[in-house]
Design a protein around this ligand. Structure first.
Ligand code: FMN
Length: 194
C-alpha cells in the first residue's frame, strides 16, 4: 500500500513510533534523530517518506488506542505503521518494560503483519538496571509482529538524552552493515514467476 502514490517507487517509507504518553518528549527527539541518522547514513534520505508518530501527541485528539472504536480512531496511524519499510520503535522504560501506550497501539497489529519492516528497538532508561528491557521485552514484541530486527537495540540513558549523538553514532557503527544489507542493497531477484 502506498500512502503517497506520486513518490518514486524506490523511495523508502520510514516511520518512528514513540510510545511516551507525554508529547514532544526527549524520547521523541531521540527517535527523530535516529530516523534521520539511519536514512542519511544509508543514503536513503532523499525522497524518503519519513515521519515521527508521537503517540503521546495523538492522545489528546484521538484518545487512547484502547476500546471498541479505537481501530477506527487510529486507522491512519495504523496504516502508516503497516506501510513502513524502516521502523524506529522508541519508548521510555516504564516499570522495567515498554509503556502501556505503545503496547495498546501495537495490540492493533496482527501477528506477523509487519513482515516487510526492518525494525530498530530504541529505549531510554532512568536506571542502568533496565538496559535489557529492550531485548527482553521490546524485541520479542516486534518479532511477534513479524518485523526483522537485524541490529543491536539502541539504549540511551537519561543523562545522555541532552546530546545523544555519541551514543547514536556508536550504535550506528555497529548496526550499519546489517541495515545496509536489508535496506540499501538491491535484493536478489528470484526466478521468473516465483
Ligand atoms: C511512570 C514511569 C515509570 C518509569 N519506570 C522506569 C523503570 O522502570 N526503569 C527505568 O530505568 N526508568 C524508568 N522511568 C524513567 C524513564 O524511563 C526515563 O525518565 C525516560 O526514559 C526519559 O525519557 P523522556 O524524557 O522521553 O520521558 C520511569 C518513568 C516514569 C514516568
Amino acid at each position: 500500500m502506498s500512502l503517497h502514490p506520486h513518490r518514486p517507487p524506490s523511495a523508502v517509507t520510514a516511520l518512528a513510533v514513540v510510545g511516551n504518553p507525554r508529547p514532544a518528549s526527549r524520547t521523541a527527539g531521540l527517535a527523530r534523530a535516529v530516523l534521520d541518522a539511519v536514512l542519511a547514513d544509508l543514503g536513503l534520505a532523499e525522497g524518503a517518506d519519513a515521519e515521527v508518530l508521537d503517540l503521546g501527541a495523538l492522545l489528546a485528539g484521538a484518545g487512547a488506542p484502547l476500546g471498541a472504536d479505537s481501530a477506527q480512531r487510529y486507522a491512519d496511524p495504523l496504516a502508516r505503521l503497516h506501510a513502513a519499510r524502516l521502523l524506529i520503535v522508541a519508548t521510555p522504560v516504564y516499570k522495567g518494560s515498554y509503556t502501556g501506550l505503545l503496547k495498546s497501539f501495537l495490540d492493533h497489529v496482527a501477528a506477523g503483519a509487519l513482515r516487510d519492516a526492518v525494525a530498530v528497538p530504541v529505549i531510554t532508561v532512568g536506571s542502568p538496571a533496565h538496559t535489557l528491557a529492550a531485548d527482553v521485552h521490546l524485541r520479542p514484541l516486534l518479532v511477534e509482529l513479524g518485523a526483522s530486527l537485524p541490529t543491536p537495540a539502541l539504549v540511551v540513558p537519561e543523562h545522555a538524552l541532552a546530546d545523544p549523538s555519541d551514543v547514536v553514532e556508536a550504535w550506528l557503527t555497529r548496526s550499519r552493515p546489517a541495515l545496509r544489507a536489508l535496506l540499501a542493497e538491491p535484493q536478489p531477484v528470484g526466478p521468473a514467476g516465483s
